[in-house]
Design a protein around this ligand. Structure first.
Ligand code: KIV
Length: 272
């Protein structure tokens, strides 16, 4: 089933702007490896985010802070090798852009050169605007990320909904406009009230892609392993699970163990 209004052959940053103009919602999922990236690209996803959530999902860290630039480049290069159509966005990891704008630029250049990714994403607004501007001068497309920004978890103290209070909501709206003015091609809004997210999407011309930000934005993003039901413990209200792979994989492995133990596997046809 497809609800695309137009068949975009290869998705570029311009395509996303066109989609917003045409009222076509943008679909985005994370991927960190070749095999799953190949599947979701073939299935028609518009944008693949090589998220720093790889720190949690792939490496088992409690937060996104430990993942390194080298590790992000490794994941991104694996994804890029799989992709024919989707736009690949690569997260800049914690510590690779906050120090100063020159360091930010050299980190972004490493990502683009060594992974072949098509664009980068970084977290924050006015605090990192110099880095955003410097990266853009090199012709590297930048996606912003506001609301719940997991790299600042120790500042927030919790993963609850952000910008519920007027002051924080005002700053978020101002940051969104600042990122648009600087030249970002899109913006992720994570875990903010739906009404505010819609207000942001209506106030700027670049696409706003939400996660836990309601339906009034220009697109949606989820972590692939969460929407496939591979993870168990993470149950936020915004998450829709399309499969229960944790249970399916558990069942398959149990069957395999049992078949090996009982000498049912391999059978006559499964050997040389
Ligand atoms: O790293 C990530 O997966 C993300 C999404 C949650 C937007 O930044």
């Amino acid at each position: 089933m497809s609800v695309a209004k137009k068949d975009y052959k290869k998705v570029t940053t311009n395509t996303l702007g066109e989609m917003k103009q045409n009222g076509e919602k943008i679909s985005m999922l994370t991927a960190y490896d070749y095999t799953l990236a190949k599947i979701i690209d073939g299935a028609g996803i518009d944008v693949i985010l090589v998220g720093d959530s790889a720190s949690n999902v792939m490496a088992g860290h409690e937060t996104t802070l430990p993942i390194t630039l080298n590790e992000m480049i490794y994941h991104a290069a694996s994804v890029v090798r799989a992709v024919d159509r989707a736009l690949v966005v690569v997260d800049m990891p914690f510590g690779s852009y906050q120090g100063n704008s020159l360091e930010a630029l050299s980190s972004a250049i490493r990502i683009m050169k060594e992974s072949g990714g098509h664009s980068i994403k970084l977290e924050g607004g006015s605090e990192i605007i110099e880095s955003v501007e410097r990266i853009l001068t090199a012709g590297i497309p930048v996606m912003g990320h506001l609301g719940l920004t997991p790299q600042s978890i120790y500042k927030f103290g919790t993963y609850t909904v952000r910008a519920k209070q007027e002051e924080e909501a005002k700053k978020l709206l101002a940051d969104a406009k600042l990122l648009e003015q600087a030249g970002c091609f899109a913006l992720v809004l994570e875990k903010v009230p739906a009404k505010l997210a819609q207000q942001v999407a209506e106030s700027i011309n670049i696409p706003v892609i939400g996660i836990g930000a309601g339906a009034g934005v220009d697109g949606q993003v989820l972590v692939l392993h969460d929407m496939l039901g591979m993870t168990h413990e993470f149950n936020p209200r915004f998450l829709r699970r399309y499969l229960s792979l944790f249970d399916e994989i558990t069942g398959a492995v149990q069957s395999y163990v049992s078949d090996v133990k009982s000498t049912d596997f391999p059978n006559e046809k499964e050997q040389y």
